[in-house]
Design a protein around this ligand. Structure first.
Ligand code: ZN
Length: 879
């Protein structure tokens, strides 16, 4: 099935309010796999100030209209018009009750949008515009109404019938059919509608809110997964308690459902009281899920739960405001994870994610502000910019206003807008008004795209003991926006002596000095900050806790970086200094490699790593983060023209060099952490495993690693250790890798989620031969091109996480990938569009690769009936 082909561009400035209030929607589903009949009754009242009669505009897509009546009168073709996805009734009276009956075909729906089939059960996905594939309705987020939903089906095939809200009735008929009715008292937009129908097993717990409401918590999964729901349930309970404690927000219905499915385009969906999850973010058992999976589940369960207020109770006026709910809710889930686990490590992971996914987006053909001004296909704007950069901007409100000020703003936001569909401007106004501050200039973050660059220089005058930092900010032009303005940047800093002591900070204009991190505000193109009584030329510790989402340029010496790595009080700065040092070393060797000069390992990097490995005080997870070398893609972003093979060779060389120089320390650290104790889920145990497995990955560059990995695999009682061992064996080209993969396959071949990991491990193996492995794996019985998780694990991992494979000089990776995009476009345009983005940065490569990638993009563009999703991305990339 196709999306609207080559649709038209929608502009934010064209927004107009819907002229009707819809006071209620009554839905009746007669459910069947092949055919489902949907009856809808909608009550329309014209808004004040608009004269009747007035036209009613509805949206629908792929619907077989059986009948339509207005205030009891059957409408004929001459009473309304249908064009594309709109149905227009030209002259409807002030109070109009509209009834429709349509037929839809869930089993044929491969786009996984609207009502579709997953395994043996039916479910829905409506955000952003899937509801129009279910019934005719004003399918836009600013039309909020209450829903009553009656689901009727054959009881044997569909014993479980779920929709939003509280249970309002159920019954059976003698012919083996039954019905269940759900009432949702909270008005909601159509994108939050959901239904699930099928034979699912249930895990149940409950939560008592602080005002005493007893909420039944129900996780529905397929029978064989019943023993993998504990962590998700615990995460849900933690999230409910956390939102009460930190945000004073309580749950508002009697039931909270989570349903897990293997067939899902996204991570999860926050439908009111009926969350639908990609099973990847629900199911976990120590032997099937890694520590990263456990953390991911906690984060996503929290995220969807937090939407109940930030997204559901207060929603978006139009889809341009998507970051209103997503940026804010990502910020909330980041804070939840930080409060549950290590705040410092969570912060570093967030920063790494922003730099590796969002910065390239800003620098590519799909750049857009967090609140875009236009789109062709809204599904293409569920981006790292809207989500991750959106969250970074919410974090800046928090940094500027403090926790108390931020919570005051949130409180006012809900007082003003509960039950409404609003805009990002309304959020900003609530924050400003609650705190009595002017945030007008800060608002530029919503409309300006691109990553700001901040160039910092310093000057120390020994005679006067004055130290001046000069900051210049500049945002490079993006493809859709040439002129940029200076932005408001919270600038947190500290100054260290060469021995790593914190210097008290006193600006020229101030009466006394303060010790510790200072928060300054940068809002002009250029600003100077002069500190007095600075006893020696200091080491600046800049943008502590990554106080603004910018690229920071400062010409650090190796000695200064070493000081920051060893002594800075801020975990982000320590980590960032280690990354900078490694990045400098790798890029330097990459240049040497290009000129045919023999590579060497930088001695200051070895020294810094020795220090990290000898630090027995710090959180092991933090040390692990510091020793993970920057990813190839991130390094590629730092080069004018990407040298794919040079980066791989230099990174590998530095890694091996560090491993050779520090074998003893890596071995000792590994041995210390390999304590032989049984698996534990605690944050401490996870931190230990992460450092242990980073040590193993280095040791695998030496002669000692292979036997350690083999032994670890043998003894492992959890997926984290198992995967680290096999992945390490693959990466180091060990002969043991093949056996390990084969045994893994035998053990897990019936387990969809675990087999995803098996595909990823093989897809990311460096080198030009991997494309053949990937091609072969597409015929594996566990693979299906119809399933998004499988596509992401094999095709996505190959194109996004395997630079030397995807960018193989002969173009074989490109050709393979383009074939998959074309194949997917006919099945699932959303996933095809995600995949085609691998070509987005083609202009940054050498001439030969540019020509090859451009040809593939043109080949995709020339496909007949290409979906709007893919054509928007491809045409932007080619422009
Ligand atoms: Zn979300």
């Amino acid at each position: 099935m196709k999306e609207g082909i080559a649709g038209k561009v929608i502009y934010r400035k064209d927004y107009t309010a819907y002229p009707w209030d819809v006071s209620h929607l009554d839905l009746h589903f007669d459910i069947g796999m092949k055919t489902t009949v949907v009856r809808a009754q909608m009550e329309f009242q014209l808004k004040a100030g608009i004269n009747a009669p007035h036209r009613i505009v509805l949206n629908g897509s792929d619907l077989e209209l059986i009948s339509i009546t207005l205030n009891g009168r059957v409408l004929t073709h001459s009473d309304y018009s249908v064009e594309g996805e709109t149905l227009i009734i030209p002259d409807a009276p002030q109070n109009s009750v509209l009834k429709t009956e349509v037929r839809i075909h869930p089993a044929n729906n491969s786009a996984l949008e609207g009502l579709y089939l997953s395994g043996e059960f039916l479910l829905t996905q409506c955000e952003a515009q899937g509801f129009r594939k279910i019934t005719w309705f004003p399918d836009r987020p600013d039309v909020m109404t209450t829903y009553r939903v009656t689901l009727e089906a054959d009881k044997a095939g569909f014993p479980v019938l779920l929709s939003n809200g509280n249970l309002a009735g159920a019954g059976e008929s003698p012919d083996g059919r039954h019905w269940v009715r759900w009432d949702d008292p909270f008005p909601k937009p159509s994108y939050l509608f959901a239904l699930v129908a099928g034979d699912l097993a249930l895990v149940e717990d409950h939560f008592t809110t602080r005002s005493g409401r007893d909420v039944s918590l129900r996780i529905y999964v397929e029978e064989e997964n019943l023993d993998r729901c504990d962590h998700a349930m615990q995460s849900l309970i933690n999230a409910m308690r956390w939102d009460e404690e930190r945000f004073t927000l309580e749950y508002d219905l009697d039931i909270y459902h989570i349903v897990a499915t293997n067939d899902f385009n996204m991570g999860a969906m926050e439908n009111k009281s009926l969350n639908i999850f990609n099973s990847k973010y629900v199911l976990a058992r120590p032997d099937t899920a890694t520590d990263a999976d456990y953390q991911g589940i906690e984060g996503v369960i929290g995220h969807e739960y937090f939407h109940n207020w930030t997204g559901n109770r207060v929603t978006c006026q139009d889809w341009f405001q998507l970051t209103l709910k997503e940026g804010l809710t990502v910020f909330r889930d980041e804070e939840f994870s930080a409060d549950m686990q290590s705040r410092a490590v969570k912060r570093i992971k967030v920063v790494r994610d922003l730099r590796s996914r969002q910065f390239p987006e800003d620098d590519g053909p799909m750049s857009h502000p967090i609140r875009p001004d236009q789109y062709l296909e809204i599904n293409n704007f569920y981006t790292a910019t809207v989500y991750q950069k959106g969250a970074a901007i919410i974090r800046m409100y928090h940094t500027l206003l403090g926790e108390r000020g931020f919570q005051k703003g949130i409180k006012l936001y809900f007082e003003r807008h509960d039950g409404e569909a609003v805009s990002c401007d309304d959020f900003l106004a609530a924050m400003a008004d609650a705190n009595g501050v002017d945030l007008g200039r800060f608002g530029r973050w919503y409309s300006q795209s691109g990553t700001p660059q901040v160039h910092v220089t310093d000057q120390y005058d020994a005679a006067s003991q004055k130290y001046t930092l000069t900051l210049k900010q500049h945002t490079p032009a993006t493809h859709e926006q040439k002129d940029k303005q200076p932005l408001v940047l919270p600038f947190a800093l500290g100054l260290l002596t060469a021995e790593g002591r914190e210097i008290p900070l006193q600006l020229e204009t101030e009466a006394e000095a303060v010790t510790g991190t200072r928060l300054l505000i940068m809002e002009e193109t250029q600003q100077e900050f002069t500190f007095i009584d600075v006893p020696e030329a200091p080491v600046p510790s800049l943008f502590r806790d990554y106080s603004a989402p910018v690229k920071i340029y400062f010409d650090y010496s190796s000695q200064q970086l070493a000081t920051l790595i060893a002594y800075d009080s801020d975990a982000y700065v320590r980590w960032d200094a280690a990354q900078r040092m490694a990045e400098n070393a790798i890029l330097e060797q990459c240049r040497q490699h290009a000129q045919g000069i023999e590579m060497v390992v930088d001695s200051s990097l070895v020294k810094a790593f020795r220090g990290i490995l000898s630090d027995h005080q710090a959180d092991p997870a933090l040390l692990a983060e510091a020793m993970m070398l920057p990813a190839e893609d991130y390094l590629a972003d730092q080069m004018e023209v990407v040298d794919v093979d040079g980066i791989y060779a230099a990174r590998k060389f530095i890694k091996k060099g560090l491993a050779d120089e520090l074998t003893v320390l890596f071995s000792e650290c590994y041995a210390r952490l390999k304590d032989g104790r049984p698996y534990q889920k605690s944050a401490t145990a996870m931190a230990g495993r992460s450092l242990k497995n980073v040590c193993l990955s280095y040791l695998l560059e030496t002669d000692t690693g292979e036997s350690l990995a083999g032994a670890q695999l043998e003894a492992s009682d959890n997926m984290t250790d198992t995967l680290a061992a096999i992945q390490g064996l693959i990466m180091s080209d060990s002969l043991l890798a093949e056996t390990a993969l084969a045994e893994f396959e035998v053990k897990w071949k019936a387990d969809a989620l675990v087999m995803d990991k098996w595909f990823v491990m093989q897809a990311v193996k460096p080198g030009s031969n991997t494309v053949n492995t990937v091609r072969k794996l597409m015929d594996h019985s566990a693979f299906s091109i119809q399933n998004p998780n499988k596509v992401r694990s094999l095709v996505g991992a190959f194109s996004m996480l395997n630079p030397t494979g995807f960018h193989a000089a002969d173009g074989s990776g490109y050709a393979f990938h383009a074939d998959r995009v074309i194949e997917l476009d006919g099945l699932n345009p959303q996933i095809a569009a995600r995949m085609v983005a691998a070509f987005n940065r083609w202009k940054r490569y050498d001439e030969d690769r540019k020509v090859l990638m451009k040809a593939e993009l043109q080949r995709i563009a020339s496909v007949k009936n290409l979906s709007g999703d893919v054509s928007e991305i491809v045409n932007n990339a080619l422009r």
